[in-house]
Design a protein around this ligand. Structure first.
Ligand code: BGC
Length: 712
């Protein structure tokens, strides 16, 4: 058994070893149909249908998902544990992605906190809320690395970096698994969809797979994740839901994963569309023998596999192994002892406070010319404008489970309650995707009357997430025109963005004095944004993903290789575009504060280190401004010469450091030399001796430089 979150670990210990023996005898008593039934997972529509209840009674379902509320899970669980022949309890799954009823920031936003503790806390809270509603298994965390902002599901993960992504993956697994089982998804490479078009094919080299896409999954496995979801995509022609290399060789044999693998929604059936199976039976055989234990929503394992097992085309041992993985999960979850797993609801105010804290920390200040922000709470008149300014739906983001629009505090509400003495004038201006400019006149008039205008623009929540790829990354509808019209009034302008992916912000970056990236922050969005706008909170979020200048640069990510002809300004024959710089508009790790920080005295020791050593980089960070603030001190490494072309920088450590005005502190960041591996020419991880450059600074494109020598 891999390590589990602490409460579940206790359950697992209580469950063994006698109970484990009971599983063997349980398996021995199962018919083939009952075995395949345990591998069958179906979606309900809020509650189980009469047909699904009948399947449960007949032992033909191992779990249900989208049955929500203990009043709906309890009766069907009762059928499983009292009316089915073997009385095996059900798993109840749900996509609890960034909150259950209390909606927290989308995972991409939360990754920008660079604060795994916050991610652990929100996952834990979401897990408890879901458990009260009868859920015992979530399809989260989504740990797909995403380098293409066209891909809408970038919103659900932690962005482009495998190190940050790994820390967030492990934290969320720990958080959820205090009460419910987690699922790391989508295994693997789903984020590399060509053209950013969801479900599209991927072409990922084995090296890039291991260096970039797999590490967050490995981190989830090491944190004890109970299940892994196989992805929809193919990798160079081999679909992930029928890919023995992924779900057997790497996951189980190399990493020692002992939990179970669930397919994605009909991804077993889709092996037919991929063209790697000519019949349902063949699709099922391919998936099951590749190590996909549970079939979500295809019904193929129960409908089509019995005959293949009886004719020995699928060995019974393969079925038994999969069944035991599912049964063991139910045992570890404590379902045989307590199938209903009643839980006490967490206190509402604590959840709201956590939601506000996570939201505040997620906000990234992208631009703040002439210290326009923070706003003075005694400003006479503030105009609050835009389709998202008083919108209660969109801050919930793409996966809001049981989240309710009525729970959301809008920006307008947040500003009104923070600045009670201020006159606030509101105009919507336009809807998110409107083509009409009819509302512009009122918006312009509001801006003209005000001392400052706060313009809240961006995407609808469902413009990112699943099946929400975009081919252009500007502001949708007429919002760009609205922005330009309001800017033309000359009233000082703060642009507040809500979106689930990096947007192209060229005009705004050149013309708007203050820009605040808020992603989708959940129920406390408006309060958290007001906290930042008025300076009650000094922003400390950083970008977990690169913001390109133009779409044509995509994919653009900081940890690229150098090429043989790296960019040189005066040399045409170097790697560049003729019409746009190579650099991003805002780099990975970037974010401003209301104060300023200065870095000095970077030292790395020891100067010579073995692979088994840890090197420590020490740097002095000073708060050189007038407010207390939190800096995310980031450490990047570059291997100077290696047998495989190294990446120009890779994040290897970071620390959030809070400093009072004038305060300075020596900050130490530690890196184990063994973590500086790459996939060598023999396709195995290796750390090669030689010089490593170390950069420590505020983001992926700045920082002081030092180095050390790795000796054999
Ligand atoms: C998504 C998964 C999700 C599943 C169950 C699929 O369409 O790709 O992320 O967990 O549905 O709702």
């Amino acid at each position: 058994m891999s390590r589990l979150g602490h409460t579940l670990l206790l359950a697992a210990l209580l469950a063994s070893p006698a109970a484990a023996q009971n599983l063997d005898s349980l398996l021995a008593r199962m018919t083939l149909e009952e075995k395949l039934g345990q591998l069958n997972l179906l979606s309900a529509d809020g509650r189980a249908s009469p047909q699904q209840m009948q399947l449960v009674r007949a032992g033909k379902l191992g779990g249900l998902f989208n049955v929500i509320g203990a009043e709906n899970t309890t009766p069907v669980q009762r059928i499983a544990v009292t009316e089915s022949r073997l009385k095996i309890p059900l798993l109840f799954g749900l996509d609890v992605i960034h909150g259950f009823r209390t909606i927290f920031p989308i995972p991409l936003a939360e990754a920008g906190t660079f604060d795994p503790e916050v991610a652990e806390a929100t996952a834990r809270a979401a897990g408890v809320e879901a458990a009260v509603a009868g859920i015992n298994w979530t399809y989260a965390p989504m740990v797909d690395i995403a380098r293409d902002p066209r891909w809408g599901r970038i919103a659900e993960g932690s962005g482009e970096d495998p190190y940050l992504g790994s820390l967030m993956a492990a934290a969320r697994v720990r958080g959820f698994q205090q009460t419910i089982f987690a699922t790391a998804k989508h295994f693997a490479g789903y984020g590399a969809a060509e053209g950013g078009r969801d479900y599209n094919e991927t072409e990922i080299s084995a090296r890039t797979m291991r260096e970039i896409y797999l590490p967050p999954f490995k981190a989830a496995v090491d944190a004890g994740v109970a299940s892994i979801m196989s992805a929809f995509n193919d990798i160079a022609g081999v679909p992930a839901s029928g890919n023995a290399w992924l779900t057997d060789t790497v996951l189980r044999r190399e990493w020692g994963f002992t939990g179970f693998v669930v397919s994605d929604w009909t991804s077993v059936m889709e092996l037919l569309q991929h063209g790697v199976a000519g019949s349902q039976a063949e699709a099922g055989r391919r998936a099951l023998t590749a190590g996909v234990d549970m079939d979500m929503q295809s019904g193929i394992y129960t409908d089509a596999l019995a005959a293949l097992v009886r004719s020995n085309r699928i060995p019974m041992a393969v079925v038994d192994t999969a069944v035991m993985r599912v049964l063991r999960a139910k045992l570890y979850l404590g379902l045989f002892r307590d199938p209903y797993r009643s839980r006490t609801a967490p206190a509402g105010p604590e959840l709201r406070a956590l939601a506000r804290r996570a939201a505040r920390e997620s906000i990234v200040l992208l631009k703040n010319d002439r210290a326009l922000l923070p706003l003075d709470p005694k400003t006479a008149t503030i105009a609050v404008i835009g389709p998202l300014a008083d919108n209660k739906e969109e801050p919930l983001g793409p996966w809001h489970t049981q989240g309710q629009a009525q729970d959301v505090v809008t920006v307008l509400q947040g500003i009104r309650s923070r600045a009670s003495g201020v006159q606030v004038v509101y105009a919507q201006g336009a809807g998110v995707e409107d083509t009409s400019t009819a509302g512009f006149a009122a918006a312009v008039a509001a801006a003209k009357r005000a001392n400052v205008a706060v313009l809240v623009l961006g995407e609808r929540g469902d413009m990112s997430g699943e099946a929400a790829s975009r081919s252009s990354l500007g502001l949708p509808g007429v919002q760009q025109q609205l922005l330009e019209a309001v800017a033309a009034t000359g009233t000082p302008l703060v642009l507040v963005l809500m979106n689930g992916r990096p947007l192209i912000l060229e005009w705004a970056s050149d013309h708007v004095p203050a820009i605040v990236e808020t992603w989708f922050l959940g129920v406390e969005a408006g309060n958290a944004i007001a906290d930042v706008l008025f300076g009650d909170v000094n922003p400390s979020g950083r970008l977990p993903v690169t913001f390109p200048r133009v779409l044509g640069q995509v994919p653009l990510y900081y940890n690229h290789r150098n090429t043989g002809r790296p960019y040189e300004a005066n040399n045409k024959f170097t790697s560049k575009y003729v019409d746009v710089p190579n650099t991003p508009r805002y780099p990975f790790g970037f974010g401003l504060s209301y104060t300023t920080f200065a870095y000095s005295d970077l030292k790395v020791s020891p100067a010579r280190a073995r692979v088994s050593d840890t090197v420590t980089a020490t740097v002095t960070v000073a708060n050189t401004g007038k407010r207390e603030g939190t800096e995310v001190v980031q450490l990047y490494v570059r291997d100077e010469v290696a047998s495989v072309s190294p990446r120009v920088r890779e994040l290897k450590a970071f620390q959030r450091v809070t400093l009072k005005p004038g305060e300075s502190r020596a900050v130490s960041l530690r890196v184990a030399v063994r973590d500086l591996w790459f996939i060598g020419l023999d396709m195995k991880p290796v750390v090669e001796p030689g010089t490593f450059r170390v950069y420590v600074g505020p983001n992926s494109s700045e920082g002081l430089e030092a180095g050390f020598e790795c000796i054999p």
